[in-house]
Design a binder for this molecule. Structure first.
Ligand SMILES: NC(=O)c1ccc[n+]([C@@H]2O[C@H](COP(=O)([O-])OP(=O)(O)OC[C@H]3O[C@@H](n4cnc5c(N)ncnc54)[C@H](OP(=O)(O)O)[C@@H]3O)[C@@H](O)[C@H]2O)c1
Length: 386
């Protein structure tokens, strides 16, 4: 057991620090998922001198942020007593290098954690590595348990999901007050439901996923580009994936245009049924599209299970589904949606089927309702549908 006196902090104070960190980390749950929400603090002279959080998926982890913020205080690292972190630090390379490397490089001698990594492949590994390097490691029980702070992460590292992996899928759509995804013809050029502030958020989200998935009908109706523009990060744009069973994607659409100045456009993939029209296949590939044949579903569309597996083999871990009601419904029915973000614009009525019945059927968790511009935004994790 660590000698608390040298830290000038009681176990009770450490618990309070962990509880506060966990509460604040949780506010970023929809930004970081499927990663866990994590917070960290550096303690010096019995005081928290710096804190850090995992702010968004793909971004620096909380430990790295806290150490960076501590360095910025000007208090020398030799005077740092401990790093407090809500979850055991990672010891493997993911989107970012292992946090254990950053902790060891900082010279800090003590690490206090509030929860062990629930992933059976990594549990205890980070703490062992730090202990073997001679650091003092301490666990404060019941301070920031993962099932309270980041239950979505437990679903991500569930043994069945590890055995049969599929990307974390965020379904995003804009709807009218009555749930239609296309506005009445006289509104928003028959296309736009949500306002410019919402669109900015969508660009940020696009910059933080590995792939955008849509259905061919959306391509045919909207002629979209699925680019990333600031305030989104266009540096590593997501793959653009069209589910198009019969290769109806046009070769002269805006998807094939080069991105504009400051924009990012990921590689364009069309997933069709194996053996779909050979001439169309050649024409699309000549136009720069990568075409992949997959098995067909009972309904004669590309099979979504195969789509999910294909995405995983491409290294895709976080997907944004930006589709119309048909494909959205299939994804929801299949249980492949992990998270939703729904923008409801200030207009009623519209064209096409309404998504409204889904709000009675979806089992949502940790739901958040907020506003942006003139739109209402609903964010939630999805546990399934009844
Ligand atoms: N408000 C919004 O957020 C939003 C977003 C996107 C689109 N939209 C609107 O939605 C409308 C289009 O709606 P939609 O529902 O027809 O488009 P969609 O869902 O994007 O595309 C449907 C098409 O996807 C293809 N598909 C491939 N695999 C599938 C599978 N396993 N299950 C189901 N479909 C599969 C099917 O064509 P094949 O069988 O030929 O492959 C199907 O016709 C447009 O008016 C567009 O403006 C709105």
């Amino acid at each position: 057991m660590t000698d608390m006196a040298t830290l000038s902090l009681s176990e009770q104070s450490l618990r309070e620090i962990l509880v506060d960190l966990a509460k604040e980390a949780q506010l970023r749950r929809f930004e970081v998922a499927p990663n866990p929400a994590v917070g960290a603090a550096v303690i010096s002279g019995g005081q928290v001198i710096a804190r850090g959080f995992h702010e968004f998926w793909g971004g620096p982890h909380a430990e790295v942020e806290a150490l960076r913020n501590a360095a910025a205080t000007g208090i020398p690292a030799s005077a740092w007593d401990a790093l407090v972190v809500t979850l055991e630090p990672c010891s493997t390379t993911g989107k970012t290098p292992p946090c254990t490397d950053a902790i060891l490089a900082s010279g800090i001698r003590r690490v206090i954690v509030g929860s062990l990594d629930p992933d059976p492949r990594h549990r205890g590994a980070g703490l062992r590595q730090l202990q073997e390097a001679g650091l003092e490691v301490e666990f404060v029980p019941r301070a920031s348990e993962i099932d309270r702070v980041a239950p979505h992460f437990l679903r991500w590292v569930d043994i069945d999901r590890i055995r049969r992996p599929r990307p974390w899928t965020i379904a995003k759509w804009a709807q009218t007050r009555t749930g239609q995804l296309s506005p009445p013809p006289n509104v928003g050029e028959g296309r736009w439901i949500s306002g410019p502030e919402s669109l900015k958020e969508v660009h940020v989200l696009r910059g933080r996923v590995d792939a955008i998935v849509t259905g061919v009908t959306t391509v045919l109706y909207d002629n979209p580009r699925f680019t990333v523009r600031p305030p989104g990060n266009p540096a590593k744009p997501p793959l653009r994936v069209i589910l198009d069973s019969y290769l109806r994607t046009p070769t002269d659409g805006r998807l094939l245009e080069a991105p504009g100045e400051g924009e990012g456009a990921g590689a364009l993939h069309v997933l069709c049924q194996a053996g779909a029209n050979a001439a169309r296949h050649v024409a699309l590939e000549r136009a720069g599209v990568k075409v992949t044949g997959l098995r067909s579903s009972e309904e004669d569309h590309v099979a979504l299970r195969d789509v999910q597996e294909w995405l995983w083999t491409q290294g895709v871990r976080r997907v944004l589904l930006e589709a119309g009601p048909q494909l959205l419904t299939r994804y929801l029915e299949a249980g492949f949606v992990d998270q939703i973000r729904v923008y409801t614009g200030p207009v009623s009525g519209g064209e096409g089927p309404s998504m409204a019945p889904w709000f009675g059927k979806l089992r949502m968790a940790e739901r958040l309702d907020r506003e942006v511009g003139g739109d209402a935004v609903l964010e939630s994790f999805v546990l399934g549908a009844s």
